[in-house]
Design a binder for this molecule. Structure first.
Ligand code: HSE
Length: 404
């Protein structure tokens, strides 16, 4: 029997216990041993819970338990989670985590620590919920130069944008639904402002680049400015608004960005709705491959944590290699990258907007208090300069995702 402990009995933690215990037979088929959840660390008690007797409140009890060889860290954050993960790895226990904040901020450090103690640090659940994307990047797409990774990696905002688009739903009401479904972060600002997606693309870009991409360096815009009016314009343009997280490394330009984009139906990401996530990877030989699935929620995410447990269980006493060094790289070429922008300005600054930006196409949906248009292809720096000149005259802008 292989004993496992879970740190944090919240949505994903309880889901992980459920997956490991309920799917014990299928897991045993891969591991050739039984997985048992021996202890669950949480500050709270869970009276009446099926696994109430396994709850412990002291991390030392688990870290010093020689029978436990794998930890599932589903606490979130980088406070106690950082301290407890280090303690577990230093004790030679592999850690499988869904905690993208930890992986984005300390992933390379934890991998190095795991290597030094003959155990592993695994994080399949940190990006894309239940979608296998970390393992394919590490072990399958290894013969290609990866030119771009572009995805919808936040389930909450995709759920919200889909409902706003299809049902004309109100931003706050639909956010509450996403929270009730267990998709949103404890503080949904991380979803809405794009920080969650930013951490996830930092993790993916780091794996592609094999060096640490600091999430703080990634230009990040969320969806809080997206309104019912934007949805109308998007529909008029025959496009959908999606929060994209993208890493580009092409034509000597390398950058990462998280922002809402307007997508055409010929882009496979256009069709990714509700809580689903998808990550499109482009390789120089492979072309495009897309990974699609449920990007948030209890059991989908737990399934990915449990899959890491299976891998660690098959490698007890060994380090599973992950090529990701602590050396930091920064991608600085966003300013020179070129795109078209959809822009809405107040009607009173129409002339200034036309002077500041090259208008390719006007977009009309019957709002006479504003002027909306699509620019010609310009650089981010040119757009930023014009936006600053127009100041509060700019009501909103969204980048156009154009398939080359
Ligand atoms: N809040 C995250 C999301 C959870 O909505 O995608 C999964 O990482």
């Amino acid at each position: 029997m292989i004993n496992v402990a879970v740190f944090g009995y919240g949505t994903v933690g309880s889901g992980t216990v459920e997956v490991l215990m309920n799917n014990g037979d299928v897991i045993e088929g891969f591991v050739h041993d039984r997985i048992n959840v021996k202890s669950i660390l949480d500050l709270r008690d869970f009276p009446g819970d099926k696994y109430e007797s396994r709850i412990v409140h002291d991390v030392d009890e688990i870290v010093n338990d020689p029978e436990i060889s794998i930890i599932c860290e589903t606490m979130g954050g980088t406070g106690a989670a950082y301290k407890f993960t280090k303690m577990a790895l230093e004790a030679g226990k592999s850690v499988c985590t869904s905690n993208k904040e930890m992986v984005a901020a300390h992933g390379a450090e934890m991998i190095a620590l795991a290597k030094a103690h003959n155990c592993s640090y695994k994080f399949e659940a940190s990006v894309g919920g239940g979608i296998p994307i970390i393992r394919p990047l590490e072990t399958s797409l290894t013969a290609d130069v990866i030119l771009s990774v572009c995805g919808i990696v936040n389930g909450t905002t995709n759920y919200m944008l889909t409902k706003m688009d299809k049902e004309g739903a109100d931003f706050d009401a639909v956010l509450k639904e996403a929270q009730a479904n267990g998709y949103a972060e404890a503080d949904p600002t991380a979803d809405i402002e794009g920080f969650d997606a930013c951490r996830k693309i930092a993790i993916l870009a780091s794996l592609v680049y094999k060096k640490t991409v600091k999430y703080e360096d990634i230009h990040t815009e969320g969806i809080k400015n997206i309104s019912a009016r934007d949805m109308k314009y998007a529909s008029q343009l025959g496009r959908k608004i999606k929060l994209l997280a993208r890493y580009e490394s092409n034509n000597n330009i390398r950058y990462a960005i998280v922002a809402p984009f307007l997508l055409t139906p010929d882009n496979p990401l256009y069709h990714v709705d509700d809580v689903f996530n998808a990550i499109k990877v482009t390789g120089n030989m492979l072309g495009e491959a897309m990974f699609y699935g449920k990007g948030a929620g209890k059991l989908a995410t737990a399934s990915a944590v449990a899959s890491d447990v299976v891998e660690c269980a098959k490698n007890i006493g060994k380090h599973i290699e992950c090529e990701l060094s602590e050396e930091v790289v920064s991608f600085t070429d966003l300013d020179v990258s070129k795109k078209r922008f959809f822009v809405r300005v107040g009607a009173e600054v129409t002339a200034e907007a036309k002077a500041a930006l090259p208008v390719e196409e006007e977009v009309k949906v019957g709002f006479y208090d504003e002027f909306a248009f699509v620019t010609k292809k310009i650089s981010e720096a040119e757009f930023e300069k014009a936006k600053n000149e127009l100041g509060t005259g700019v009501l909103n802008y969204i980048r156009m995702e154009d398939r080359e």
